[in-house]
Design a binder for this molecule. Structure first.
Ligand code: URA
Ligand code: SF4
Length: 210
């Protein structure tokens, strides 16, 4: 993925720590998404985490709270992590894109998928987070995260359930985004897909124990 002319690159601070990155990202204008969001939602968690979880972008609730995965998708993620014995404290949680992209739908702010160029513009933050945390495994939650980490357009089903090496980090695992689970119309299918998601996380947990 080629770096766009305008990107987060020029906002990366010289000294790489999570605190310094978080602070610098608060005033990032590397793409237009900062204009309509309330704030930058940077990654959070232990700087020595063994697992880095990468989502797509903050949602409505994350945008208001300023923290990643605190809304409905976060609840599912927390449940699945707890089920397989991964504590939220042992992970670093972030997103491919750090600002909430939305369009109005009545009174709601409806999530809008980030574009290829927005994902590329925000990628320097994710690269810096990977450098600082140096996790043993990076778990991409959904195709946007995978697209950023692999640095190219990818298909979820081609990559799901296996470990890969990418230009920015090795041991990358790809699974579905937890909010995609909410969109299956049928309860039975939702349960089945949730089980598959939890099984993916179990595979990551086993990999780390091996
Ligand atoms: N969905 C994401 O991808 N990230 C969040 O932080 C919340 C919802
Ligand atoms: Fe900067 Fe990323 Fe926000 Fe765009 S989405 S303004 S690149 S932090």
């Amino acid at each position: 993925m080629r770096r766009p002319v305008r990107s987060a690159a020029q906002f990366i601070p010289p000294r790489l720590t999570i605190a310094a990155l978080q602070k610098a990202a608060a005033s990032c204008t590397g793409c237009n998404l900062y204009q309509r969001a309330m704030q930058t939602v940077f990654g959070e968690g232990s700087a020595h985490a063994t697992i880095m979880l990468v989502g797509e972008q903050p949602g409505d609730q994350e945008d208001q709270a300023g923290h990643p995965f605190v809304g409905p998708a976060g609840k599912i993620l927390d449940k699945a992590l707890a089920e397989v014995g991964i504590t939220r404290a042992s992970v670093y949680v972030t997103n491919a894109v750090k600002h909430f992209k939305w369009e109005p739908q009545g009174k709601r702010r409806k999530h809008k998928k980030p574009s290829v160029s927005e994902i590329a513009a925000c990628r320097p933050w994710l690269e810096a987070e990977v450098q600082v945390v140096n996790p043993r495994v990076v778990v991409c939650l959904g195709v946007t995260a995978a697209q950023s980490v692999f640095g190219k357009t990818v298909r979820l089903n081609d990559l799901r359930g296996q470990f890969w090496n990418t230009p920015i980090v090795s041991n990358v695992f790809v699974t579905i985004h937890p909010s995609a689970l909410l969109r299956f119309p049928e309860a039975g299918q939702r349960d089945e897909e949730y089980r598959r998601f939890a099984e993916d996380l179990r595979q990551v947990e086993r990999f780390l124990r091996a």
